[in-house]
Ligand binder design. Structure first.
Ligand code: ZN
Ligand code: ZN
Length: 344
C-alpha cells in the first residue's frame, strides 16, 4: 500500500510502498478515507518533538471504513464508518482502570509511537475505533478527534457549565472548536481574545464577543465588560506565559483557568490576591479521554460542532502535497485544517 512516512527528522516526508498491516485478534484494519494534517506532525517532521522509531507513518487524525475485524472485536463489522481515538492504552494499569488512559504506563500515540493514517490502511486496536454516524463527513470525523476533542476535554477539566461566562485566548484550531462547544454547553457570554483581525471577525461572526488584545489590555477589557466581576472560566490555548497570566487575572470568584497551550516559560501569580481570595484555580489540560468522544461525536452529529467547507482543504496521499501542507502550517496559525483524502 501507499504510505507517506517520516524517515529522518528534519527531512521532508517520503512516499513509500509498505505492506498492508496484519491485524491481531483485538485490532481492526481501517481503509483510511481522511487523515488530518496537524501542527504536531510539523513538529515531528522538524524534530521538535522526538520520535523514537523511524521510519514511521505519521497521522493521528483518522477516519475511514473498517476493512477487517479481529476475532475478539465485537462492536464493529467490515464496512462500518469509524473515526479513531489516537491514544492506545493498556486498559489494565492503575490509570487505565480509573479511566485516565492519557497517563497509561505503556500508552502509545498512533502516528507517533506506531504507524498512523498517512497511508491507505491503518491498524488500530478495536477499542480505538469509534462508529462515525453518516451525518458527519469523514474529513470532519478525522480532524475532530484531535483539536476538538482536546477543546472538549479543556471545558470538562474546567468543569464548565451552562450559563457560565468564558474567555478563550487564541482562535486557532482549538479555539474554533472551543467556541462552538461552549455554545453547545449552553454558555453565558463568550469572549475571544486575539490579535489577528480576521480571526477576531470570524469569532464575532460565530457569536463571540471579540476582544482585540492589540487595542488595550485584554484583562481590563474583560473586567470592564463583566462590570468588574471577571469570568467563570478562562481557556488558554496559545501557550505563552503572558496570556496564561492574563487568563488567571480575568477570573472572577471561584473562576477556573484551564491551561492548554504549551510553553516552557514560567508564569508568576500573586497567590493571595489572584487565587486565594477568589478561591480561583489553575488547571493543566493534556489530550483527552476516550470517554469524552461519544459526546463529541454527538455534538458534531447534531450540527453544534461544524467545520464549514471553507475551513477545510483537501490534499492527496502524496508526499509532495503533504510536505507543502506541513510547510504552510508552520507559517500560519489559522483554523483552516488540511485533510488527506486518498484518491481511489
Ligand atoms: Zn492533531
Ligand atoms: Zn494503562
Amino acid at each position: 500500500m501507499k504510505a507517506v512516512r517520516l524517515t529522518q527528522m528534519g527531512k521532508p516526508l517520503e512516499q513509500s510502498e509498505v505492506l498492508v498491516p496484519e491485524i491481531g485478534s483485538h485490532d481492526v484494519l481501517i481503509r483510511v478515507t481522511a487523515a488530518g494534517i496537524c501542527h504536531s506532525d510539523a513538529h515531528y517532521r522538524a524534530g521538535i518533538s522526538k520520535i523514537d522509531r523511524l521510519p514511521l507513518t505519521l497521522g493521528h487524525e483518522i477516519a475511514g471504513r473498517v476493512e477487517k475485524v479481529g476475532s475478539e472485536v465485537t462492536h464493529l463489522s467490515a464496512g462500518d464508518r469509524v473515526c479513531v481515538h489516537y491514544l492506545v492504552h493498556c486498559g489494565s494499569c492503575e490509570f487505565c482502570v480509573r479511566g485516565l488512559e492519557q497517563f497509561c504506563r505503556s500508552g502509545q500515540m498512533i502516528g507517533k509511537h506506531r504507524d498512523g493514517g498517512y497511508a491507505e490502511f491503518v491498524k488500530v486496536p478495536g477499542a480505538n475505533a469509534f462508529p462515525l454516524p453518516n451525518e458527519i463527513s469523514f474529513e470532519v470525523g478525522a480532524i475532530m478527534m484531535c483539536s476538538s476533542a482536546t477543546a472538549l476535554h479543556a471545558l470538562n477539566k474546567a468543569r464548565y457549565k451552562a450559563g457560565e461566562s468564558i474567555v478563550i485566548f487564541g482562535f486557532g484550531g482549538l479555539g474554533f472548536s472551543a467556541l462552538q462547544l461552549a455554545h453547545a454547553f449552553g454558555s453565558g457570554e463568550v469572549y475571544v481574545v486575539e490579535i489577528n483581525p480576521a480571526k477576531l471577525a470570524s469569532a464575532a461572526g460565530m457569536g463571540a464577543i471579540a476582544i482585540d488584545a492589540r487595542s488595550a489590555d485584554p484583562v481590563d477589557q474583560i473586567k470592564e465588560a463583566t462590570g468588574g466581576k471577571g469570568v467563570d472560566v478562562a481557556l488558554e490555548l496559545i501557550g505563552s506565559a503572558k496570556t496564561m497570566r492574563q487568563a488567571v487575572l480575568c477570573l472572577g470568584p471561584l473562576g477556573r483557568a484551564a491551561l492548554v497551550g504549551l510553553t516552557a516559560e514560567s508564569m508568576s501569580v500573586r497567590p493571595y490576591t489572584e487565587l486565594i481570595n477568589k478561591e480561583a484555580e489553575i488547571i493543566g489540560v493534556s489530550d483527552h479521554l476516550a470517554a469524552e468522544l461519544p459526546s463529541l461525536i454527538q455534538f458534531a452529529c447534531s450540527g453544534k460542532l461544524r467545520f464549514p467547507t471553507e475551513t477545510l482543504r483537501v490534499v492527496d496521499l502524496d508526499a509532495a502535497q503533504i510536505n507543502a501542507a506541513l510547510d504552510a502550517l508552520q507559517d500560519s496559525i489559522d483554523y483552516v485544517r488540511t485533510v488527506i483524502v486518498p484518491s481511489k
